[in-house]
Design a protein around this ligand. Structure first.
Ligand SMILES: C[S@@+](CC[C@H](N)C(=O)[O-])C[C@H]1O[C@@H](n2cnc3c(N)ncnc32)[C@H](O)[C@@H]1O
Length: 339
């Protein structure tokens, strides 16, 4: 495994400056994929005309949104400001979706501060035009330990609908085998147990997902530099439950490009955006890497490894500031040398 991580990109403006020349989008620009017509736009999710321009004449059947939760932390009126900000991209999402469509939102809740912004957010959603459908929880196995409280291992996921979209239940089965017999019920006068009644040998995911591993550096899908990457398995489950092949999925906060990649893998089209050109570039590179190498991420290497090896300033910066050991060579997928 190549050991060539990048630090969190959101915490280091200087590193951002050094990486920007390697990004093909500037703020306000859009990349259109020639093969499958996905789109990646470098825009503000709250900008009505920019989001409309990204959609063009099209509408999506599914939106998966993962906003930054705490970007106004420590400011006065932070929750109110966060909610007003959310209202804008929620309205943009509503307008970008078909009459019958689905919306999933990943949202945090600060347990040390009255669980904000969760309650304020769900109240705001009551007037958004969307109807609540489910409150899911994904077990986030990288939770932080504490001796004084329950270990925090949950990740909240809200499911809303606009109109009455289809829900494809087969997508909802996990790879966990059923082990418990029971749940007897009379069907046509005969007592049956759950194994006889069910369609599958495996258990349904339900609205508590315990079978998904949080992304970390040993997993192929890991994208170093990203700090909020959602597991592909979760995004794929959402896409399969709430869209069909060929349909359009959108994500206004693309980051590592998980929605774009999951859509590619499952033969959907995706229109995604991020306000940051570096995350737009990472999203595009991740798609290209998957197509060229069949890999879903960089494991413990990083999306800009080739550039870093060739760019002295960038290389020295990482060595001086983070003491990163720059490998002499990178073995691409253990077979060919990149440089
Ligand atoms: C929590 S991350 C999304 C993670 C993503 N679901 C994934 O799996 O990689 C939030 C992203 O939103 C982007 N962002 C923040 N404010 C934005 C805005 N106003 N418009 C568009 N993107 C924004 C950030 O640059 C960041 O990449």
């Amino acid at each position: 495994m190549t050991n060539f991580p990048l630090p969190r990109l959101d915490k280091d403006p200087e590193l951002n400056k050094l990486l920007l020349p390697y990004c093909r989008l500037k703020f306000g620009e859009m990349w259109t994929d020639e093969q499958k017509l996905h789109r990646v736009a470098c825009i503000d999710a709250c900008d009505i005309s920019a989001v409309q321009k990204m959609l063009g004449e099209e509408k999506a059947v599914l939106a998966i949104q993962d906003p930054p939760y705490n970007f106004v932390a420590f400011e006065e009126h932070k929750v109110e400001r966060f909610i007003s900000w959310c209202e804008l991209w929620i309205e943009n999402t509503f307008n970008a979706l078909y009459e019958n469509s689905s919306l999933y939102i990943w949202l945090g809740a600060d347990q040390n501060d009255n669980f904000q912004p969760f309650p304020q957010f769900i109240l705001m959603m009551a007037d958004s035009g969307f109807n609540s459908k489910s409150f899911l929880t994904m077990r986030n196995q990288r939770g932080y330990g504490t001796q004084k409280n329950w270990m925090a291992i949950r990740q909240e996921l809200l499911f809303y609908v606009k109109g009455n979209p289809d829900f494809y239940i087969d997508a909802e089965y996990t790879d966990i085998p059923k082990v418990l017999k029971g749940y007897y019920k009379k069907v046509n006068g005969k007592v049956t147990e759950n194994f006889e009644r069910s369609k599958s040998e495996n258990i349904r995911a339900g609205n508590v997902w315990i079978d998904i591993q949080q992304v970390f550096y040993r997993m192929e899908e890991n994208v170093n530099g990203c700090f909020a990457q959602k597991p592909l398995k979760a995004i794929e489950r959402i896409i399969q439950a709430s869209s069909q092949k060929g349909e359009l999925v959108m994500d206004l906060f693309s980051h590592s490009g998980s929605t774009l990649l999951a859509a590619e893998k499952l033969n959907r089209r995706a229109f995604v955006s991020d306000i940051d050109p570096i995350f737009c570039e990472i999203s595009i590179r991740r798609l290209e890497r998957y197509r060229n190498k069949g890999k879903t991420g960089w494991q413990n290497s990083n999306p800009f490894a080739n550039e870093i090896l060739k760019d002295k300033e960038l290389k020295n910066y990482l060595v001086d500031k983070y003491d990163i050991k720059i490998p002499n060579r990178i073995y691409a997928d253990n077979e060919e040398l990149i440089f």
